[in-house]
Design a protein around this ligand. Sequence first.
Ligand SMILES: [Zn+2]
Length: 410
Amino acid sequence: MSDPILDLFNHSIGVQAPWRVTSVEFSKENKRLDITVDYQDGTKFPCPKCEGKNTDIYDRDTRSWRHLNHFEHDTYIHAKVPRIWCHDCSKDKGGVLTMEVPWARKRGHFSYGFEAFILQLVREMPVLAVARLVGEYDTRIWRVVHHYVKQARELQDFSDVHHIAMDETSTSRGHNYVTVVADTQQRRAIFVTQGKDASTVARFVEDFSHHNGNLANIETVCSDMSPAFIAGIQKHFPDASLTFDKFHVTKVIGEAVDKVRREEQRTQPMLKHSRYIWLKNEHNLTSKQKDQLQTLRYLNLKTAKAYQMMLTFKELWAQPSSLAKAFLDKWYFWATHSRLKPMVDASKTIRRHENGILSWFDSRVNNALIESMNSLIQAMKRRAKGYRNVENYISMIYLLLGKLSFDLPT
Ligand SMILES: [Zn+2]
C-alpha cells in the first residue's frame, strides 16, 4: 500500500517509476530533511548508451543532491544509483555506465527543483549572495548558471533578426572588454564575447549562423566608430546600412573639449577640476556647478569656445533630415577653422565617418537600447563587486539581457 506522505514527496521531487521515495527523515536539531529514493527490486535498467535490455547492475554509487527546502529545512535527496554493465556495449569497450536519475542532471549536485530556484535567485542578486543564502559554494552555483545559459542559448533562433547594434563594455578589471551584440527589434542581447577587435565580428557571424541567422537579412547595424568594428561589419554585412551610435559620436567631441581644457588649464588655473561641468548635460549639474559653468562659459576661454562647438554639434540630431548634411558641413567648416587642434582632429574624425553619422537620419537607430543595456550591465557589475573571470561576466550578461528561456521541469 502506498504511503500518502511518501507519495507527496515523490511528487515534489519529480520521482518516477521505477524510482520511489522510501523514507523521509526529519532532524529538528539540524533543521534538515533527508529523503531516500530507491528503485523497485528486480528493475532491469536499459543501457544508457544503446537503450538495450541486455544489461546487469554492476554496482551502486551512493549519491546525494541538494533539493528545495521544505519548511525552512535544508533538504537532501539520497539514492544508490546503479551502474550498468551492458553486454552489447561492453564488446566495443563501453564497459560500466552510470544511469541517469529523473530528478537531477548527470554529475550535478542539485535537483532540478533546486537549480530552478538558483536561476531565479541569480537574476535578483549576485551569485556570492545566493551562495551565502543557500549555504553552497559559489563555484557550484556558477556551474549551474553556465550550464543553463549554454543550454538556453543553444535553443535560440535568430532567423528573424534584421537589426543589430554592437557595443563594448568594460569587464570588472576595467582594462578588458566584452562586446555585446543586441537584436534591437526584440531588445535582447544575442551575442556576448571577449574583446573588441576585428575577430569579435567574425565570432559573432559564426555564432549567428549557428543559430539560423541569415547574414543577408541584416538591414541595419549600429556601432561606435571603432575601426575594427567597421572593417568587420563591412566585410560580413556589405549590404547593411551602418549607423554610428549618437552617443559615441558625441563622445569623440566631448573628449576633444576635454583635451582643450587640459591644455588650457596650465595657463588658466580656474579650469582645474572643471572637467565634469563641461562634459555632463547641464540639467545633471548641481546648482553650484551650474553657476560655475555660467561664469566660465562666457569668459574668453578656448575651452568655452570648444564647449560651444560641442553644443552646436548636438543640435545636428534635431535637424530635419534634408538639412542635416548642410548643417554638418557648416559645423565642420567652423571646427576646422577654430585653431583648436583637438577640435580640428575631432572634426576630421567626424568627416571620415560622415556617411555612418548621417545614415542615422534614415535608420533612426535608437541607441537608447544600447545605453540602457550598458547601464544595466554596469549596475549588475557594481552589485556583484566584479567577476572573478570573464566567463562568469558573460553568462550574467546573457542571463540579464538575453531573454533566455530555460528548459527545466517545474
Ligand atoms: Zn549498451
